[in-house]
Design a protein around this ligand. Structure first.
Ligand code: GLN
Length: 493
């Protein structure tokens, strides 16, 4: 039999529906791979029994001639930021140690309703804060990729680094991610897979541990554009439980996929040619332009003049919202409670938060409370909100001249774990190309383009108009077909 773990979402769904193999066989193959690749530390908790139960349900439906759903028979990894009913959900933080939600997030429930099963809860940067997967309380995640000729462990990107490592290493055909300022796209680019952050509001945030609520969006990570369009279709949809949920029908993105870009204009933002960007990234961008032209698109220059202010504005707005969102972890309601003998309520708050939050989370809370404090609110928070409006307006103006924007996903390829730990500012720069689309709430995708001279993957980013995921996916497909990226990392099991 073919190695089932090499298959993606579409191949599994169609193979199960067509009777080529059973959903149970698929779940067993991936459960075994997950167990054997434990060295990557991609999962915090594994749930083989969930994957098997969903598979058996799918096989039973097939035997009864019932519809199997868009994800029927596909076992996936779930970023440990989505609440899972009865399964430990931690956001990779000690402060949520042992927390088992009494409810299921809307996005994960949508996936189970569509026939998917859960292999386990994926590791991530603590509270989704980070770009390297080194801030998790459960240890670093290692990318399955290595530089040619080296055995140093590389970063899978962050914060969805468990997701990217699992999908790239083929221990999961797909995984959920969340993207607040790049956390789907940057890890996808680092590991040679696809990932799309849809328009803000497409996927419900209900039951997703909040980082920065005006930016947080869930999305799929998988090895092909087709697989992302199928899975996004299953995840998205209006949800009355999220006040910012989009009240719009979910298009059939899979059915409308087309790599023919005739009549489309692709904008190249000149401000993305930044100092510090590797030459190989610029070369890959040029290659991307050529591929899109070959697919029939017209390539035009556009300007996004406030680009350089987007990252500083993000690192005010996101920590500000985080400091407010994370106030709920106080030792009373969830997880950890540190109550020294004879301590009062304030002591308990302080002890619990000191013990439960990691250093990067504390740094964000401190920045956030500072920029929201009475003396600095106008100078920082209000100013950042104004910049956010200008960044959004830049995109509106650009989209008067083009339908899509093509840019690199990251300024460099992956780096060795540990190499940026003492340098948070360089770490933050990882998201310099990803953050503008997040501030503007736009759909944006990373697609693998090539390997660099060290044998590491590079990604290209496509950004679309609000609600126009279809054009993003279509251009992604055009790149996928031309890039022919079929490189796989070292096998870990
Ligand atoms: N790396 C960015 C940060 O640390 C983005 C994180 C995210 O998108 N969740 O804030």
């Amino acid at each position: 039999m073919t190695d089932l773990t090499n298959l993606g979402v579409k191949a599994i769904r169609d193979g199960v529906a067509g009777g080529d193999f059973t959903a149970r066989e698929v779940a067993e193959a991936f459960n075994a791979a997950v167990a054997q690749a434990a060295e990557l530390n991609a999962f915090i908790v594994t749930t083989p029994e969930h994957a098997l139960a969903a598979a058996d349900a799918t096989d039973a439906k097939r035997a009864a001639g019932e519809d199997l759903g868009a994800m029927g028979g596909v076992p996936i990894g779930m970023k440990d930021l989505f609440a899972s009913h009865g399964v430990q959900t931690t956001a990779a933080s000690d402060i949520l140690g042992g927390f088992k939600p009494e409810y299921e997030s809307t996005v994960s429930q949508n996936l189970w309703n569509a026939g998917a099963g859960m292999l386990g809860k994926l590791n991530l940067d603590q509270f989704a804060m980070g770009s390297s997967n080194e801030t998790s309380a459960f240890g670093n995640v290692a990318s399955p990729w290595r530089k040619t000729g080296s055995n140093a462990a590389m970063s899978p990107g962050g914060s969805s680094g468990g997701s990217s490592a699992a999908v790239a290493s083929r221990i999961a055909p797909a995984a959920t991610g969340t993207d607040t300022g790049g956390s789907i796209r940057q890890p996808a680019a680092f590991t040679g897979i696809c990932g799309i952050k849809p328009t803000y509001g497409r996927c419900s945030r209900w039951g997703v541990v909040a980082f920065a609520s005006s930016l947080d969006q869930a999305g799929p990570m998988a090895r092909s554009v087709e697989d992302c369009s199928i899975m996004l279709g299953a995840m998205a949809g209006f949800d009355a439980k999220d006040a910012t949920s989009l009240k719009m029908d979910v298009p059939d993105w899979e059915a409308a996929l087309s790599a023919d870009l005739k009549g489309k204009k692709v904008g190249i933002p000149k401000e993305y040619r930044m100092e510090g960007t590797d030459q190989e990234i610029l070369d890959s961008w040029e290659q991307g332009k050529a591929w899109l032209k070959d697919a029939g698109a017209e390539v035009v220059d556009v300007s996004l003049p406030h680009t350089k202010y987007a990252l500083p504005a993000y690192y005010i707005i996101a920590p500000a919202e985080a400091s407010s969102n994370l106030a709920r972890y106080d030792g009373v309601r969830y997880g950890l409670r540190d109550l020294p003998d004879g301590a009062g309520l304030q002591d308990m708050y302080a002890e619990t938060r000191a013990a439960g939050f990691g250093d990067e989370v504390k740094r964000r809370i401190l920045i956030g409370t500072y920029v929201l404090s009475a003396g600095f609110y106008d100078a920082y928070y209000n100013q950042a909100q104004k910049v956010r409006a200008l960044v959004s307006r830049d995109f509106e103006n650009a989209f008067a001249e083009c339908d899509l924007i093509l840019a690199p996903t990251t300024p460099t390829a992956s780096f060795p774990l540990g190499s940026l730990n003492d340098d948070p500012l360089t770490m933050y720069l990882n998201d310099v190309f990803a953050v503008p689309a997040s501030l503007a709430g736009l759909p944006a995708m990373s697609v693998p383009a090539s390997l660099n001279a060290d044998g590491l993957p590079l990604g290209l980013q496509l950004v679309g108009r609000p609600f126009d995921e279809q054009s993003v996916l279509n251009a992604g497909l055009a790149i996928q077909q031309r890039a022919g990226f079929d490189h796989a990392p070292k096998k870990w099991w």
